[in-house]
Design a protein around this ligand. Sequence first.
Ligand code: FES
Length: 352
Amino acid sequence: MSDQNSHDHDDLVPSTFEDEPIANPGLPAHTWRPTDVDPKAEKRAERQVAAMFGLSMVCAVLFLVSYFVFSVGDEWDTVGGLGASNVALGVFLGGALLFIGIGVIQWARKLMGDHEIVEYRHPAKSSEEDREATLAALSAGLEESGIGRRPLVRNSLLGAVGILGLPAIVMLRDLGPLPGDKLEHTLWRKGMRIVRDVVGTPIKVSDLEIGDLVNAEPEILFATDSEGEPVLEGVEVQIAKSKCAVIVHRMEPDDIVSEQTLNWSVDGIVAYSKICTHVGCPISLNERTTHHLLCPCHQSTFDLTDSGKVIFGPAGHALPQLPIAVDDEGYLIAQSDFTEPVGPSYWERDPQ
Ligand code: FES
């Protein structure tokens, strides 16, 4: 038992309580922990704590091994699609931190000093004298530093502190490769059929009536290889699907206003990105008679007769139109990929 623990427990009851109208019941009798009175229990607890720290070291080493063994994207279907790399790194880093935490808690509960402390509350505010003295010291410090008189020093200091942010920005590189031009392209290609979302059936011109609007995707998202396995799987499909999503709408060809929209349409059928150019909500609310497409999030409204121009709301760019045509069998196909990036207007768009 340590000296710290050996003082009389009654010493902890403040004497100032003695004169109070209701007698202070004091603290209950202290119960010593097994590790305070039994050297064997103390040693055992020490070994348990060390074991926790040891397990933490093992997890940290396994984290490093996993980092080099599993490439990102390998075995993506591990644990319901989380991916082997994510699972291994997460489990081992989590384990390393968890075991340190358990070890520290056990150390505090079983081995650290077990004395009870009474502490009085005091007003947190400093005295008026202290406050005045602090303000005086601050003013004197500012005066002596000459920061107001020496703009060269002040400005160069601000520059030095400001530029310190650059290393942090440069280190963002380690988060992964830059997206390059990935944001500007989708899976749409010349001749690729436009198919209904969810079911994947191709769309014929004759399937659509005036005013119809259907959600669609490129057929490659539903394609399978010679063994019947999907060509695209997992995260790849989700990313591609979100970028490729289009709405297909039919109107009277005479309703089309812009020449580009007419050139990229088939018998009054037009296709536009389904992703709002404001902050990316999926859109499919249309007014059949005006051919306006309304985003449910912040009410941006796009004119499908006129290159998807914004006629109301916060969106900053027109809705990208997918140029479409019809193949020999009468099915709708893409003439090309979108000619500009789809989605929110976070970056400057290609003027092409
Ligand atoms: Fe469409 Fe805001 S996301 S208007």
